[in-house]
Write a protein that binds this ligand. Structure first.
Ligand code: AP5
Ligand code: MG
Length: 191
């Protein structure tokens, strides 16, 4: 198996690059943001709880997110590997992921961190908010709160994986193709 974490702040291009990565490497894409939005659309109790939190730009509780990851991984036991997008976002989530993978003697093989400046993130997300229909992109204060939440709780996840090795930093500014080329190089050198 090849298990990849695509890491980066809100708007750094995780979703955009994930599409290219799964097409080239055949990994199963797990985006916790997409899974949560699907729960909201379906009107489940989990979705109703998550909606209020996501609209404020805060993180959904660890146990909720870890439960969803566990479910998707169990449904995809034959996967060649997983691409985690927007997960883990706290050290507790990273520890839970390592444990889940260890049950089947697997591990995180590579952690790719996309680097994008805050002004560019704000510009991208507010611009997308004009058309995306995503409630958390529409309001500048909420976008800023998402970035604050990332700085406060999520950057520690990069430190956690740096201690374990296999971390690559990729500049997330430039053309989508150029960035994808650099991510591919990082993956190919760790296969
Ligand atoms: P989530 O859906 O994960 O959102 P996010 O990480 O805040 O950010 P985005 O998905 O908006 O950005 P992205 O990095 O995927 O960039 P994208 O490719 O879309 O999470 C939403 C919420 O769910 C969280 O706030 C939280 O409440 C909850 N949640 C999710 N996971 C959780 C977890 N694990 N724990 C707890 N809570 C969780 O690109 C952004 C824009 O930029 C697009 O318009 C794109 O076209 C554009 N773009 C992309 N690349 C480029 C480029 N190279 N140049 C110019 N523009 C570009
Ligand atoms: Mg995304």
């Amino acid at each position: 198996m090849f298990n990849l974490i695509l890491f980066g702040p809100p708007g750094s291009g995780k979703g955009t690059q994930s599409e290219n990565i799964i097409a080239k490497y055949g990994l199963v894409h797990i985006s916790t943001g997409d899974l949560l939005r699907a729960q909201i659309s379906a009107g489940t109790p989990l979705g109703l709880e998550a909606k209020l939190i996501m609209e404020k730009g805060e993180l959904v509780p660890d146990n909720v997110v870890i439960g969803m990851i566990n479910d998707v991984m169990s449904y995809n036991k034959d996967a060649k590997g997983f691409l985690f997008d927007g997960f883990p976002r706290t050290v507790a989530q990273a520890e839970a992921l390592d444990e889940l993978l260890a049950y089947s003697n697997e591990k995180v093989n590579l952690f790719v961190s996309l680097k994008v400046e805050e002004n560019e993130l704000l510009k991208r997300l507010l611009n997308r908010g004009l058309t995306s229909g995503r409630a958390d992109d529409r309001n500048e204060d909420v976008v800023k709160d998402r970035i604050k939440e990332y700085n406060k709780k999520t950057t520690a996840v990069a430190e956690y994986y740096k201690k374990k090795g296999a971390v690559e930093e990729v500049v997330g500014v430039g053309s989508i193709e150029e960035i994808f080329g650099n991510i591919s190089k990082a993956i190919d050198s760790h296969q």
